[in-house]
Design a protein around this ligand. Structure first.
Ligand code: NAG
Ligand code: NAG
Ligand code: NAG
Length: 335
């Protein structure tokens, strides 16, 4: 473990492939919130799960939280953490058993005095934080999520761990070790990215050993109906990919596409959708599933894009979304 940790740290420090959010500045153009008619309405709280190599105390995430409050005034933002120290939280993006990590988050959110009493929360997942939030929704969903937005997430896994530069021998060496041990239970219970590794040419090993992705994507013979039922409760599931993403391989995973060599199979053409293992087809048919793309490399975010996303998908409970009538979503409980 110590050896693996050292190598993996070297790997991630020496390559530039982090899902780290740079500080966002508030856009100069005013973004109106959607609910000027009733000032007593408080927006739903927003939970954010950050990506690999980032930590809950980072300036970039604080700027995202502050923008959420600017766009929907009164928003309580909660940045998910797996450790109270920034370095421990960062380390947990690389190391740990995702099953246990999600259990921990489920317990913390369910015990949170404000989040647990809200009728629902909104959710924002950056990179791997997107599929982790989906795991939270499928397995616990208390408090329940209304709108989930993911940026550059690996919903259909990754088929490469990291890209190393040509002369980065340490990086390449570490990558080799990870790759050769990907399916061992040692690696599956300790290295986070290995738990969403999915190479279409290794489906048998994946279905047998994947500690996380094969399970939450309901790819095994026995489908968990709770996962489907919980995901179908979303009112919005918006998936952003980055046009020039070279960090996430394949980048199409952000839309649940499967890439086999050079062939890209879109979600709507896959069994996971056609047989509706996860409720994605149900979401799509009610107009709740959105495929979006933005320019730039992995995690190239700016305030204008985020403000648009926050205004379109977050805000008060019971608000209408484009293409859907407000009456589709009756309020069960006031905030
Ligand atoms: C399905 O998932 C739920 C929530 O995690 C769990 O309680 C249940 O045991 C799972 N069912 C099966 C058949 O694995
Ligand atoms: C991860 O933790 C869960 C819960 O303790 C356990 O059932 C599972 O076997 C662990 N995964 C691996 C690959 O060891
Ligand atoms: C991907 O392509 C390989 C080689 O053509 C093939 O063996 C494999 O079955 C394909 N996998 C899937 C999931 O389509």
């Amino acid at each position: 473990m110590a050896r693996l940790r050292t190598l993996f740290t070297a790997l991630t420090l020496s390559s530039l492939t982090h899902a780290y959010i740079a500080p966002i500045s508030t856009p100069s153009t005013h973004i109106a919130n959607n609910d000027d008619d009733d000032n007593s309405d408080t927006p739903l709280p927003l939970i954010i799960w950050h990506g690999l190599g980032d930590n809950y105390a980072a300036d970039g995430l604080a700027s995202v939280a502050s923008l959420a409050e600017t766009v929907n005034p009164g928003t309580l933002t909660y940045i998910i953490r797996l450790d109270d120290t920034a370095s421990g939280d960062r380390s947990a993006t690389f190391f740990g058993n995702i099953t246990l990590q999600i259990e921990q988050v489920c317990e913390e959110l369910a015990a949170h005095p404000i989040l647990s009493t809200a009728p629902a929360v909104d959710a924002l997942g950056f990179s791997q934080g997107g599929q982790l939030l989906r795991g939270y929704i499928e397995r616990c969903n208390f408090p329940p999520v209304r709108s989930l937005v993911t940026f550059g997430s690996q919903h259909n896994g990754i088929s490469e761990f990291q890209s190393c530069s040509a002369t980065d021998w340490l990086c390449k060496g570490a990558q080799g070790i990870l790759r050769s041990n990907t399916w061992s239970s040692f690696v599956q219970s300790r290295l986070v990215p290995a738990q969403y590794f999915r190479d279409p040419t290794q489906m048998e090993a994946y279905l047998e050993h994947s500690n996380f992705l094969a399970d939450i994507n309901n790819e095994r013979v026995l489908k968990n109906q709770t996962y489907k039922k919980n995901l179908e409760k979303l009112e919005r599931f918006v998936m952003y990919t980055f046009e020039d993403d070279t960090t996430v391989i394949p980048k199409e995973t952000g839309w649940f596409s499967e890439v086999n060599g050079t062939e890209v199979t879109l979600l709507r053409d896959r069994a996971i959708y056609k047989e509706d293992w996860l409720g994605l087809r149900t979401l799509d048919e009610k107009g709740a599933l959105k495929f979006e793309v933005t320019g730039g490399g992995h995690m190239t975010l700016d305030g204008e894009l985020l403000a648009k996303v926050f205004s379109e998908n977050y805000g008060v409970y019971g608000r209408p979304f484009d293409g859907q009538k407000e009456t589709d979503y009756p309020r069960e409980k006031e905030l």
